[in-house]
Design a protein around this ligand. Sequence first.
Ligand code: ADP
Ligand code: MG
Length: 669
Amino acid sequence: MNNGIVSTIAFKCKICYSCIRECPAKAIRVLKGQAVIETDRCISCGHCVKVCSQNAKQIQSNIDEILYELIPKNNVVAIVAPSIAAAFPELSSKIPTALRKIGFNKVCETAFGADLINPVYEKLFEESKGKTIISSPCPAVYSYIQKYFGELTENLAPIVSPMIAMGKYLKLNSEKEIQVVFIGPCAAKKMEFQDEEVRGAIDAVITFVELKEIFERLKINFDKLEESELDPPFAYEGKSYPLAGGLLKTAAISSDVLNKNVIIVEGKNKVEEIINEILNKKINAKFIDILFCEGCISGPAVGSELNYYSKREKVINYINDKIHLVDKNVWKSNIYNSRDIDLSRKFPIKNQRKKMPSEIQIREILNRTNKLTKQDELNCGACGYFTCREYAIAIAKNIAEEEMCLPFLIEKLQLALEELKETQEQLDNAEKLASIGQLAAGVAHEINNPLGTIMLYSSMLKKESQKTGRNNLADFDMIIEEANRCKNIVSNLLNFARQGRLKISRVNIIDLISNIVRSCSINPSFNEVKIEIFDELVDEKIEADYDQLKQVFLNLINNAREACEESVQKNITIKIHSNEKNIIVDVTDTGCGIPEENMKKIFTPFFTTKKFGKGTGLGLAIIYGIIKMHKGDIKIESKINMGTMITITLPKIINQNTIMSIKENEYVS
Ligand code: ADP
Ligand code: MG
């Protein structure tokens, strides 16, 4: 993103939202994990710089331009703001020497520019005819009005600032071409001097913070510097400009506390307030002097550790020290000779106001951020907006993000935490199953061969016994039956271990389940059981491993049958339905149900509640593995003595990248 006057230092930003809260223009939003300033919306007031505890906001630096481009031209005049006394409290009288030492040809005071515009203000005030005039030397204030309150641009005094007036004066009164550099406490001045309406008066702007850096870089030793005076023209009362109400004093506009025609406003919150008051026509004052900071002495780049009152005192002392040095006659003639300088300017509207969203949009956003009722609107202000409604409007205007709402974020985090816990449990389970699977595969493989031998030899021996007519046939049957059971267990174990591989084809799940049910119905163990299928699908197929899914539903139906053994009603209902992405199968029985304490154990391999010799405890473990391999899900609802419903959810399409063993030619449609 294009960096404006103020920007974020990405790696320092900890997204604490304090800048967003502070920004009067709502020009900051969190994008990709950092608070980004939208240049077009920014008014360069620099409040975000002041509040950032991480020093993650920076004001554009023009140090290199000053040192390596302008100063080498050898015709550069520095004009310093009167708040220099607050920025360099003990050194202000050595500053002119220091500036000359680093290469400025002349050092003047901007305050003379304030003296120049005073008569223009006085004239405007006299001629205002009831219209409220808003002072315009503060670039953050006029920019705020231009961008967000276009209808008030007409009220802005159409007069240049002291900085521009001084630049114009110096250029007009210099025989040769000069470059004028303004040095002050303000970030917005860097924007102002580039305004089309005043371009050319000033060539560069640096802040007191930058000046300090220059002194450090060039190793200026103040101990070795003499004190010196500024270059003329000297200012008179214009020096008090950086203090709130300074303009009124300079322009001899009464600011008597009882004079309701005049209002002095300083500080961001009060600026917002007064602008709304003027807009709502609640105020009829003739003149409103507005500064975005609490006086320029509180500017974002004043670079002073002093508190407001100390800074104010330093500036007042500085003014009083110097003011008696001014030769009033020289000053008057300077002002008189400057009467033809054009000190007017315009303030075109630069609208950044966004369209108001509809009530429906606002409501929808409030709902989305869990503010369903008035009580849910906490208006905690953490997002930077006074009310949840204002915040929702900002989201709709695309200048705020949902994640900026702290209560909403906490709720989201809690949910994510719960989800994480659940996933962790599933992961633990899957790991357990995987290691058991490996063990099982090894054991099964080793047992399979001797088992085959036992079965083969016992069958042979049985046949021989039949021939010889010996009556130990029942013993052989017993051996064969038990060996068969072992074979079943082994085959289950192998299935369990083999889950890691899927052979995907397009499977018609209704056909698959219908086939299983058909084969069950001819099995005597299902004699008393009623199985019903309800399907709501319209010829839908899913990508799945046919054999493995067969095993899933066979196991589920067997479990359901076994659960119904003691029940009067022996019903199994299979419901097949779907949503946009999944096919869902509910297998419900009217069996014994699963006690709460067993719920967590039933997927554990070898967990069985069935009689010795009946259950292996591998059915659900195998099902679980197969379903998870298919990226599906399994859920159980059960009530003791009422029955159990097992819900299998299978995605219609499996992401092929996640399954390694599928070959293109294994696809059948
Ligand atoms: P097995 O069927 O060999 O016992 P499973 O892994 O298939 O092993 O099932 C584990 C246990 O889960 C069963 O022993 C039984 O206690 C319980 N169970 C599974 N399905 C049901 C069901 N539909 N109704 C009641 N209990 C069930
Ligand atoms: Mg089972």
